[in-house]
Ligand binder design. Structure first.
Ligand code: 0X9
Ligand code: ZN
Length: 308
């Protein structure tokens, strides 16, 4: 069964989602397949939150993980946080406030085909598992495949590379389903948090170029407040800044798409713990990562709730 002392296969994560929905039907309002991956796995999304007594609309936050297959800590941390919000609703005032004030849309594994491949064949696999036309190389970098400024920077048209953007924007069905859902949910979604590892950074838009959105200062302030709360827990240091400022220019990512085309104000790509282990973070760091990241997400939730 599900634990946060080991990394789990996608099927275990799915079973856990089912059982959470069954045990807490008033907090886990929905578990739905938003579509199927290239290899036919259901992409499951949870909606968690406590419906308001007056029936009024709440602001929403979208969180997803495992767009990059090998970044195991991302989905493990995300499921830890969901579990904490739901199972501690009655006992923990932070969990309660998060579910009372926000509707959360959660996709723990956006790229289940790649994620399973990292368990069965190649631990360091990053991309999707789609067959490419005229190539022996499989898949592409789904975080270069979104239809906003596709291929303008930090991506390639060479299928063998780790940053292959795909033959055309949205060649990956997984990306089509995620963006479809976000478009259906607008304008309710105020923050999209797409979780990666392992640079210990809180990345801000834009990713495609050394440019800043008009409301950059709000976004930066929120990201810095989130990181301050994270660091306060165990002293783990994160850097806050745009993708090019901290890493490299990279177009076609979720962060840019959600901000430019999804109508989402606060788009973030947290890069979780490294601690010298890179993507191979030992499983005894899942709970500490979950505990500290939960504090960061709570800060974002409070900002979103206040502004709604
Ligand atoms: O290169 C990436 O996709 C991310 N780093 S990772 O090591 N996890 O692969 C950074 C993504 C930043 N976001 C965008 N480029 N939009
Ligand atoms: Zn990544």
């Amino acid at each position: 069964g599900m634990t946060w002392t080991a990394y789990h296969r996608y099927s275990t994560m799915v079973s856990w989602m089912h059982s959470l929905r069954e045990s807490y039907p008033d907090l886990v309002q929905e578990m739905k397949s938003i579509g199927q991956s290239y290899e036919g796995r259901d992409l499951y999304r949870l909606k968690i939150g406590k419906a308001r007594a007056d029936g009024k609309t709440k602001p929403a936050i979208w969180m997803d993980a495992h767009i990059h297959a090998r970044e195991w800590i991302a989905g493990a941390t995300l499921t830890y946080m969901v579990n904490k919000m739901v199972t501690e609703y009655a006992s923990n005032s932070t969990s309660r406030r998060m579910l009372d004030e926000i509707d959360w849309y959660i996709v723990p594994t956006v790229n289940p085909d790649g994620y399973e491949w990292t368990h069965t064949n190649n631990r360091m696999w990053r991309k999707t598992r789609r067959l490419n036309p005229f190539s022996v190389d499989i898949g592409c970098d789904a975080n270069r495949n979104m239809d906003h400024k596709w291929m303008v920077s930090g991506a390639t048209q060479t299928a063998s590379t780790e940053t292959y953007a795909g033959p055309f924007p949205y060649s990956e069905v997984e990306n089509i389903y995620v963006t479809e859902q976000l478009l259906n949910l607008r304008p309710q979604v105020k923050s999209m948090i797409s979780i990666h590892s392992a640079a210990q950074m809180w990345l801000l838009p834009w990713g495609y170029a050394f440019e800043r959105p008009a409301d950059y200062e709000d976004i930066r302030r929120a990201g810095q407040a989130a990181v301050d709360a994270l660091t306060a827990v165990y002293g783990i240091r994160y850097v806050v800044g745009t993708v090019p400022d901290l890493l490299y220019e990279a177009a076609g990512g979720t962060l840019d798409w959600a901000k430019a085309k999804g109508g989402v104000k606060y788009t973030f790509t947290p890069e979780l713990r490294d601690q010298g282990f890179g993507f191979l973070l030992p499983p005894n760091q899942i709970i500490p990562s979950g505990v500290e990241t939960f504090e960061a997400i709570n800060v974002i939730a409070q900002i979103v709730a206040r502004e709604f």
